[in-house]
Ligand binder design. Structure first.
Ligand code: PLP
Length: 206
């Protein structure tokens, strides 16, 4: 789908993060030349590679993947613009301890309760969010991130988005301003359910 068509569908309701995990730097440059400035990677090694090759471009890099403890220092050294995938108090404490600057961060919620997915259980999310705020002075928590249910049933996907949106609303008094949900297959539904940040990969490149 063309970027114009996608932007028309988003219609200013959500920030678009272009996920570049499966494409080369040339695709990033092409989207950059069409005006995009925020890109997401799910592996620290690839984030490092692309951000170094493209260091002359004014790109804000988001980290959206599972953070292995042996990659924490490398991620910190790359100064990502947003760590979207903080998924436990333990990893938050570990990153916090090593940070020497404030890192904008989202708490990832496993709203579909899928074994294969990262993220905190919805019923623990608010408490963990507050714990991180109280114990991690170098993490600047500014919202939540979630991946929609992996299902053909639109109602089930919608329910998972509503769970995340509900938690987001409850965290607004704690300063939550970003609700990151919606990918290529479900971003319109996610926005209808209250997302204000979508992370699009495949749809941008076909
Ligand atoms: C890959 C990925 C995306 C983008 O997925 P598409 O279906 O290609 O749009 C979004 N968020 C996360 C966390 C991802 O890993």
């Amino acid at each position: 789908m063309s970027l114009d068509t996608i932007l028309n569908q988003i219609n200013g309701r959500a920030r678009l993060i272009a996920v570049s995990k499966n494409v080369t730097q040339n695709e990033v440059i092409s989207l950059y030349n069409q005006g995009l400035r925020e890109f997401g990677e799910n592996r620290v090694q690839e984030l490092k590679r692309k951000s170094e090759i493209l260091s002359n471009l004014d790109i804000k890099w988001h980290f959206i993947g599972r953070l292995q403890s042996n990659k924490i220092n490398q991620l910190i050294s790359l100064h990502p613009s947003l760590w979207q995938s903080c998924d436990s108090l333990e990893i938050a404490l570990e990153v916090n301890k090593r940070l020497n600057y404030k890192l904008d961060t989202l708490l990832q919620i496993n709203s579909a309760k899928e074994e294969s997915k990262q993220g905190v259980d919805p019923s623990d999310a608010i408490e963990i969010y507050k714990d991180i705020q109280n114990r991690c002075e170098n993490l600047n928590l500014i919202g939540v991130m979630s991946i929609g249910a992996n299902s053909d049933d639109e109602n089930e996907i919608k329910r998972s988005f509503e769970i995340t949106k509900n938690i987001f609303d409850k965290l607004k008094p704690q300063g939550a301003v970003i609700c990151s949900m919606g990918m290529s297959g479900d971003f319109n539904l996610a926005i209808e359910c209250g997302s204000n940040m979508v992370r699009l990969g495949t749809i941008l490149y076909r």
